[in-house]
Design a protein around this ligand. Structure first.
Ligand SMILES: Cc1cc2nc3c(=O)[nH]c(=O)nc-3n(C[C@H](O)[C@H](O)[C@H](O)COP(=O)(O)OP(=O)(O)OC[C@H]3O[C@@H](n4cnc5c(N)ncnc54)[C@H](O)[C@@H]3O)c2cc1C
Length: 324
């Protein structure tokens, strides 16, 4: 069991965490990043990324995250493959965290970049066809279905917004919902019902996603939730939009969270209720949920961490990156 001490402890290795690390390292904060169970974060489970600035050609999500890790390490970040299982934020800085390995991490500042996970239906074919027609992000992948037939599964605000967004690319969008009314805000419903490019399939639950002859999504198998009748819907793309779960379990009762579990921060800032603790990326953002916005928030968190350390509010203790 080792003790790791740093001026900036980062939990999470998605775009928010790596960007915080790059800025933190260049500000001589000697960051330590604990990567978690999904090193590289959500982009490691996708293929084509076409909207991250700086790349004229389509790049692959896992490759982009390898580049971010290499850049963060190149400027001096220490990345550790461990998962934080407990945090102690009481009493203010320095903050303590315990890893699954038994190691202890102490940070003069803490950047929480634990992200979120899209909720999936858990039906056959969903994971196998993920990135091959099945997606959880219309903003990310809608562009790949220009002029094609797409479906959105869900009935809340996210599903309706995704369906409306997809009409920018497709004139054949089907919203599949397992009930006979939507949960989304009325104003969104009005827009949806008025849009001639969107049709709604009521009382239908997805049984499975089935591949076509080319190995990508061919059709969606459905079951009527009232009658049990089976049917299929041909689709080139299917967007599962049943919500996201932010990874904030660790912080319940320790930091304020909103009703959906997202970390609350000062508006327009990554500052949490505890001075020296910052939250960046999807863990605190249920609105934009993009790699570039997460990276931007990671940058803000590192700059604020630097200011916190430099401020008179925090009495600095000697910090050594490897006190183990
Ligand atoms: C299929 C798919 C395709 C997408 N495509 C695009 C796209 O094309 N363009 C785009 O801009 N965005 C895309 N996104 C969205 C983008 O991936 C996210 O907005 C972005 O990854 C959020 O970054 P983040 O750093 O906040 O967190 P995440 O990427 O979610 O990373 C969270 C990190 O926290 C770590 N972690 C969690 N808990 C712990 C713990 N207890 N201890 C230690 N570490 C922990 C995880 O291991 C992970 O490394 C896509 C998302 C998905 C799911």
């Amino acid at each position: 069991m080792a003790i790791h001490r740093t001026k900036m402890l980062i939990i999470g290795s998605g775009p928010a965490g790596y960007t915080a690390a790059i800025y933190g390292a260049r500000a001589m904060l000697e960051p330590i990043m604990v990567q978690g169970l999904q090193p590289g974060g959500q982009l490691t489970i996708t293929t084509d990324v076409e909207n991250y600035p700086g790349f004229a050609d389509v790049i692959q999500g896992p490759w982009l995250m390898e580049q971010m890790q290499a850049q963060a390490e190149h400027v001096g970040t220490r990345t550790i493959w461990d998962t934080i299982v407990e945090v102690d934020l009481a009493g203010g800085a320095p903050f303590r965290a315990i890893g699954d390995s038994g190691d202890e991490y102490i940070g003069d500042t803490l950047v929480i970049a634990t992200g979120a996970q899209a909720k999936w239906l858990g039906v056959p074919g969903e994971q196998e066809l993920s990135g091959k027609g099945v997606s959880a992000c219309a903003t990310c992948d809608g562009f790949f279905y220009r002029g094609k037939k797409v479906a959105v599964i869900g009935g809340g605000n996210t599903a309706v917004e995704e369906a409306l967004y997809l009409t920018n690319h497709s004139d054949d969008v089907t919203l599949i919902h397992r009930r006979d009314e939507l949960r989304s805000e009325k104003i969104l419903q009005e827009r949806l019902f008025k849009n001639p490019r969107i049709s709604v399939l009521w009382n239908k639950a997805v049984e499975s996603f089935e591949a076509g002859t080319d190995g990508t999504l061919g059709h969606i198998a459905l079951k009527d939730t009232q009658t049990g009748e089976l049917s299929t819907l041909t689709a080139d793309g299917a967007f599962v939009a049943i919500g996201h779960a932010p990874a904030t379990e660790l912080f319940k009762g320790k930091l304020p969270l909103d009703d959906n579990g997202y970390m609350l921060t000062e508006p327009g800032s990554p500052k949490t209720a505890i001075p020296g603790v910052f939250a960046a990326g999807d863990v605190s953002d249920h609105t934009y949920r993009q790699a570039v916005t997460a990276a931007g928030m990671g940058c803000m968190a590192a700059l604020d961490a630097e200011r916190f350390i430099a401020s008179s509010n925090y009495e600095k203790e000697p910090s050594a990156q490897a006190a183990e």
